[in-house]
Ligand binder design. Structure first.
Ligand SMILES: [Zn+2]
Length: 248
């Protein structure tokens, strides 16, 4: 049994649990104010057949249902935070399940468990298990104390996918809405994953909008330094979109 992880772009990640593919945070298009800042490794029509899709919150760059509607199999199990289902159903998806933290969806060979999160809008994170491996998908959350419960329930996490850009909203008095590289490093010390892959760092709103609205300083390099200092048992791999990593 082999598990591999491939970043599609941003927090959109393709996990391959011995042939059972799970996609997180579907984001396949761009619009003004939402630029990937890095390549897109797959489109909805070049993706392999998916066993499940997991969407954490209703932000365009994490739940781009309109573009993802080009994916052919509309009966793919689509797992979303409670309240997000209608948008996927309207786009034609027929097998949508809404979950809250600690609710579980068991599929053929896969278990997907919702976990806590805090962000500008209602959000969940996910623990995704298959092929004998456990993956924590950190979506777009802040580093909140509730996340300490994840390693209590899942003591053997093989891979953590963690956002690192530390996004702050300038017009909201620089309110922080995503954990930064150092907070993600500190969380690795608590979660104790064998491997960690940073996500959510190349995104930009464009030079003008960035100056007006957004503030962020988290980079993969800062995350690597933070993990080396705070969680040396965890190995960080920085993955370019399309570059696969074997987890086990
Ligand atoms: Zn978001």
């Amino acid at each position: 049994m082999t598990t591999t992880v491939t970043r599609v772009t941003h927090s959109c990640v393709l996990l391959d649990f011995s042939g059972q593919h799970v996609l997180t945070g579907p984001w396949f298009s761009e619009k003004p104010g939402y630029l990937r800042g890095e390549p897109l490794a797959y489109t909805p029509t070049t993706l392999p057949a998916l066993a499940a899709v997991a969407a954490s919150h209703n932000h365009y760059d994490h739940y781009d249902v309109t573009a993802f509607a080009a994916y052919q199999d509309k009966s793919v199990p689509f797992i979303v935070k409670r309240g997000m289902g209608e948008k996927a159903r309207r786009a034609g998806f027929t097998n949508v399940t809404e979950v809250e933290p600690w609710e579980q969806v068991v599929l053929d060979g896969l278990t997907i468990t919702a976990a806590p999160a805090r962000h500008g809008v209602p959000e969940i994170t996910f623990v995704i298990q298959g092929a004998g491996t456990t993956v924590f998908f950190g979506a777009d959350t802040l580093r909140i104390p509730d996340l300490d419960e994840v390693p209590r329930r899942f003591p053997d996490v093989d891979l953590a996918l963690l956002p690192v850009n530390g996004l702050q909203i300038r017009p909201a008095l620089n309110r922080q809405v995503v954990m930064n590289a150092e907070q993600a490093g500190e969380y690795c010390a608590v979660l104790r994953p064998r491997l960690a892959v940073p996500t959510h760092y190349a995104f930009t709103a464009g030079p003008v909008r960035d100056r007006l609205f957004l503030k962020y300083n988290g980079t993969p390099e800062r995350f690597q330094r933070a993990v080396a200092k705070q969680a040396p048992a965890t190995t960080v791999h920085v993955l370019a979109p399309g570059e696969p990593l074997t987890v086990e």
